[in-house]
Design a protein around this ligand. Structure first.
Ligand SMILES: C[S@@+](CC[C@H](N)C(=O)[O-])C[C@H]1O[C@@H](n2cnc3c(N)ncnc32)[C@H](O)[C@@H]1O
Length: 247
């Protein structure tokens, strides 16, 4: 025992509040301090998922600002503030649960927090609660198998993938493109020029009331896209978008 609290990284799934694990709920009901990252330009999805499990009378709910845009120095300061806050709680013996959309160790802001807090407090006890990720959720929504047998799958931020699509398709049967909004128009052009339109499906806001599943090239512009948009591209399969619809 070192007198410090434990740091939990709690994944809460990608949107549908029913898709949180029992273990995550148990931790969220027990831990005295719940830290929820709050992007400054949209309401917190993580909060909407966990709200019904929290007990504000007995727990301290901390909304931690996590801006995604702005000057590098401001973004860095926001991250440092989060690390400082979490370290202060832990050092005074309080256990903290940091909530993450999807899985906490997959493209999550929690990774940065975890690494910095662990550097500051090397003897810290940490527990990660894994979760359903948006990748498997999107595949389920599009009824698109991600991989079977010896097939290979790549998960790539779209920004890095647009120019490399042909190379990726030589090596992987399925490509999951995340964070597509910023490069949507370029990605659509590329898919069209490679005649891959029928092999790509776009899943937007999975598990939320405004969920949409549609052929990946169908959006008019990136402005119509949410940040929570993923494209699944399959070398051999054609997603049956018409059968998916809205659940
Ligand atoms: C920073 S990553 C977070 C991934 C998350 N940790 C996970 O395990 O799903 C954000 C990207 O994940 C994808 N994503 C997350 N939630 C989504 C959802 N509900 N529907 C579609 N895509 C989603 C989008 O591509 C989005 O740009």
């Amino acid at each position: 025992m070192n007198g410090m609290g434990t740091l939990y990284g709690v994944g809460v799934g990608p949107g549908d509040p029913d898709l949180i694990t029992l273990k995550a709920v148990r931790v969220l009901r027990r831990v005295p301090i719940i830290l929820i990252p709050q992007s400054t330009d949209r309401p917190s999805v993580a909060l909407s998922i966990v709200q019904r499990w929290l007990r504000p009378v007995r727990q301290q709910i901390v909304m931690q600002p996590y801006p995604m845009r702005g000057a590098a120095s401001e973004l860095e300061q926001a991250r440092l503030d989060g690390v400082f806050r979490v370290c202060s709680f832990l050092q005074t013996g309080s256990t903290v649960a940091c909530v993450t959309e999807g899985d906490p160790l997959l493209y999550s802001t929690f990774i940065d927090l975890l690494e910095r807090v662990s550097d500051t407090l090397p003897d810290l006890s940490v527990e990660i609660i894994p979760a359903v990720s948006s990748i498997t959720a999107c595949a389920a929504a599009a009824r698109l198998p991600l991989a079977r047998g010896r097939e290979r799958i790549a998960v790539v931020p779209a920004e890095d993938a647009v120019e490399e699509l042909e190379t990726l398709l030589q090596r992987f049967e399925t490509i999951v493109l995340i964070k597509v909004r910023r490069v949507y128009e370029r990605l659509r052009e590329r898919l069209q020029s490679l005649q891959l339109e029928r092999h790509a499906v776009l899943i937007q806001q999975w598990g939320r009331p405004d969920e949409r599943i549609l052929p990946a090239c169908e959006m008019r512009s990136a402005e119509d896209l949410s940040y929570f948009s993923t494209v699944l591209l399959s070398k051999h399969r054609t997603p049956e978008v018409a059968r998916c619809g809205v659940r």
